[in-house]
Design a protein around this ligand. Structure first.
Ligand SMILES: C[S@@+](CC[C@H](N)C(=O)[O-])C[C@H]1O[C@@H](n2cnc3c(N)ncnc32)[C@H](O)[C@@H]1O
Length: 225
């Protein structure tokens, strides 16, 4: 939640009014049907789930909450339809992106090398009720990306930093004109990726900027139309 406004006084009066109206009309006839059980796959509250993933993230792999929130808003406001994430870990950023894609009707493919984390990601995404939107691929993204069909309108890179330039060169051709390529940790791990900055700076027809919702930093490279 962004904020928790205090409840206005009216919110206490409304239930009382509803009770009075029900009494005036008489109690509803008892149903012969048992109360409906919640579906077995009822999604976990996403805010609770995100906090839980963070609490269990001993290696501090997941993006910050601020960066996750940014990804969600960016996805929704751009009307993103086909997103790729490289380095999905346990699904934290994938859930934020998936929440944005729920609004746009888009889809995310997220690739995670570590098989245990990939399994956790798939389980967390299922708990978030986003399995219809987010597909987790377990494997090396250098191997898996060439197998993917089609193009993307958003790519989010959050793998090992030494590989950033190679991933940019591999995936930028698959980004649609008008699409955006994002890379994480470009502020707090900047010294590990100097060659990546050279690559995004010299990509023809591309414009880059850096934003830092938290201290981690995200580069945005827009591919001109
Ligand atoms: C910083 S974490 C990603 C965190 C995730 N984006 C989140 O916010 O929840 C980096 C992840 O990239 C994965 N990774 C590194 N190299 C990879 C590769 N070549 N292919 C797929 N995943 C890779 C690592 O196993 C690790 O889980």
């Amino acid at each position: 939640m962004l904020f928790s406004p205090r409840k206005p006084a009216l919110s206490f009066a409304v239930p009382a009014l509803i009770c009075l109206a029900a009494a005036a009309c008489g109690a509803p006839a008892p149903s012969s049907q048992p109360p409906a059980a919640p579906p077995a796959t009822a999604p976990t509250n996403q805010t609770t789930l995100l906090a839980e993933i963070k609490a269990n993230d001993a290696g501090q792999l997941a993006v910050s909450e601020e960066d996750g929130r940014f990804l969600r808003v960016l996805v929704a406001t751009r009307g993103t339809r086909r997103a790729l994430e490289i380095g999905g870990a346990s699904g934290y950023s994938g859930i934020w992106i998936g929440q944005g894609l729920r609004q746009t009707g888009g889809r995310l493919v997220t690739i995670e090398y570590d098989p245990v984390r990939a399994k956790e990601a798939a389980a967390n995404i299922a708990r978030a009720g986003l399995s219809d939107i987010v597909q987790v691929i377990a494997g090396d993204a250098f191997v898996e990306i060439p197998k993917l069909q089609g193009t993307f309108d958003m790519i989010f890179l959050d793998a090992w930093k030494k590989d950033y330039k190679a991933f940019f060169e591999l995936t930028f051709p698959t980004l649609e004109p008008g699409g955006v390529f994002l890379a994480h940790n470009v502020v707090n791990k900047r010294e590990e990726m100097g060659d990546f900055f050279d690559a995004i700076g010299s990509a023809p027809g591309a414009w880059s900027t850096i934003i830092a919702p938290s201290g981690e930093g995200i580069s945005l490279t827009y591919k001109g139309r």
